[in-house]
Design a protein around this ligand. Sequence first.
Ligand SMILES: [Zn+2]
Ligand SMILES: [Zn+2]
Length: 118
Amino acid sequence: MIIEYPAKSYERCTKKQLLTVAYALEAMRDRAVARAEKAEAAIERVRAIHTPVPVYTQMCDYSDYNCDRPHVEDRDGYEYHKDGPTEQVCAVCSENEEYSPGIIPWPCPTLEALGGDS
Ligand SMILES: [Zn+2]
Ligand SMILES: [Zn+2]
């Protein structure tokens, strides 16, 4: 919305002109606040699903057939040591199995694009 400001300075405006401007500015402010809140809520919904999850990074090489450490199997069937080191990956981005290698470190590019201290 375009506000038609009086041509003269506010000091020389009538009360009626000033009230018109004041109400128009208030309405404009309310719309801007509502838009900002909607945008912030959308960003929060994106942040909320791009959460870090730990993945195990130490693969068992089966050189010791009696390896009795606890294992976890990834979706390709490889076994990792559950008591080994982990790294944080993005829960949502890493779900996409089409993506190679399928593991997206956290914070992911989506969070980085949102900026801030994700
Ligand atoms: Zn093992
Ligand atoms: Zn992500």
